[in-house]
Ligand binder design. Structure first.
Ligand code: ATP
Ligand code: MG
Ligand code: ZN
Length: 452
């Protein structure tokens, strides 16, 4: 387009694709009503002759190996990242307002040995300094700035050459090139792109802080998630005042690791033994509770599965679940009804994984079906038992991954009996010695042991 002044583009707030004309439905992601107009001013970037960078020989590119990761020295954080922050990576840290994003970011730059630049247009320098004092961050390698125009931020990065840059938050950054308010899709996209460019050019690490909307997605286009290398979410759970750091995307590491913290006056404190925390307030001798040794990435965490089954008051029975897949729950309820003959048709069923963990692991099936049956039958499961196993449609129990790790954690937390799949473990390995293993190959067998 060669019109003078500024040009208009229509941008989808869902997927970030732009179009020269307006559509009611985005042709790319098929969402309705997500296209909005924004104007790009003709700046220095258009109409220039482009310079092409020389390609690099693969052999000459330094391998982004384990060794040059920047350790945040916060163990829970480094594990979620896959060993630390990679130079030249763009990280998005999302979370609800007030959850502790700024706190975590400041703790990271307070602990790294490298120089850092903390850009905050959300809070004054004095506010940040106060928080830094509370968190005992007194790094002399840390610079603060309130700059919120992207061109200014890029200039600061060029001048100061910090190793790590925090942008708190991406929603407050704007570019003069774009004719819309900070926080709008166009602004976030433009700033994101400029930051991505300098991140890759200079090999600096940039952490973008982003607010999450009520619906649980980062406000602004989803394409910010596509643009960055790593997406981390900080989530909270009221019950224990703890925070879960989860990676939902990671180009340089696994995505199933979680980091667990507790918010205290001196910042986010790492929880070394989350099982202990999660089981601290567990319900004893109550029908509808079962313990599952979950595996979050490489780490075992014991969680309490709670179920409540009650007569449906009217119409279709309700099924609700927190931290587990609803369709999987429906399947387990069908197995319970068909194979074990527990009537579930006119019952409301609620399942909750205590502590805010989200479990996407078939090994949890047996504990879920156990908790549901326990509530339906109004018989409690013995307090010192853990349940592990995948449940199939025929009511069979199948083997699961990393059984030894799960058993070892259960044993160390004082559980004395584990009901496990028959074919999961060849011999009692040297790892677990005290816990009694009851091997079963069907839900019925498990229930004979649980509810004699
Ligand atoms: N003096 C204090 N003692 C204990 N906890 C505090 C103290 N001050 C703040 N907090 C905790 O820190 C939280 C705010 O953390 P932080 O500002 O890092 O969150 P944020 O995610 O950056 O929020 P925002 O969305 O407002 O930027 C508060 O909700 C509170 O729980
Ligand atoms: Mg903040
Ligand atoms: Zn779209």
């Amino acid at each position: 387009m060669s019109k003078k002044g500024s040009s208009a583009v229509f941008l989808c707030s869902n997927c970030g694709t732009d179009y020269p004309k307006w559509y009611g439905q985005c042709p790319s992601c098929k969402e309705w009503g997500t296209l909005a107009e924004y104007k790009v001013k003709k700046g220095k970037r258009s109409g220039q002759s482009i310079s092409v960078a020389d390609p690099t020989r693969l052999k000459d590119i330094a391998k982004s190996s384990h060794h040059n990761r920047i350790k945040s020295n916060i163990k829970e954080m480094d594990r979620v990242l896959g060993g630390g922050l990679l130079p030249g990576s763009l990280v998005l840290l999302g979370g609800n307002p007030g959850i502790g994003k700024s706190t975590l970011a400041l703790q990271i730059v307070g602990k790294v040995k490298e120089s850092a630049l903390y850009i905050s247009a959300e809070e004054s320098d004095a506010q940040i300094a106060m928080r830094a004092e509370r968190l005992k961050v007194d790094s002399d390698k840390l610079m603060l700035s309130g700059e919120n125009q992207i061109e200014g931020i890029i200039q600061l990065i060029e001048q100061q050459s910090p190793t790590i840059i925090i942008i708190d938050s991406i929603q407050t950054v704007y570019s003069d090139m774009i004719d819309s308010l900070p926080g709008s899709v166009g602004q976030i996209r433009e700033s994101g792109q400029q930051l991505l460019q300098i991140c890759k050019e200079k090999g600096v690490t940039i952490i973008l802080i982003g607010h999450v909307t009520k619906e649980g997605i980062i406000a602004g286009p989803r394409m910010l998630e596509h643009m960055v290398d790593t997406v981390l979410y900080l989530e909270g759970d009221d019950r224990y005042n703890h925070r879960i750091l989860r990676s939902v995307k990671n180009r340089f590491g696994a995505t199933n690791e979680v980091g667990i913290f507790q918010m205290q006056s001196n910042g986010l404190i790492e929880i070394e033994n989350p099982s202990e925390l999660f089981l601290k307030e567990r319900s004893l001798d109550v029908a509808g509770s079962a313990i599952f040794p979950s595996l979050e990435g490489t780490r075992p965490i014991l969680v309490e599965v709670q179920a409540l089954v009650s007569n449906a008051s009217f119409g279709t029975p309700q099924r609700n679940v927190n931290g587990f897949d609803l369709r999987r729950l429906s399947m387990l309820i069908a197995v319970l009804e068909k194979r074990i003959k527990v009537p579930m048709g006119a019952k409301d069923t609620f399942v909750n994984l205590v502590g805010g963990l989200k479990i996407d692991d078939p090994a949890a099936d047996l504990s879920v079906i156990g908790a549901v049956a326990s509530s339906a039958l109004d018989k409690s499961i013995s307090n010192d038992v853990v349940l592990i196993g995948e449940v199939g449609l025929a009511g069979e129990v199948r083997s699961v991954s990393q059984l030894e790790k799960r058993l070892k954690e259960s044993e160390s937390l004082g559980f004395t009996t584990a009901i496990i799949p028959k074919y999961g473990i060849k011999n009692k390995t040297g790892l677990v010695s005290k816990i009694k293993l009851q091997k079963i190959d069907s839900v019925r067998q498990a229930f004979d042991l649980l509810f004699p």
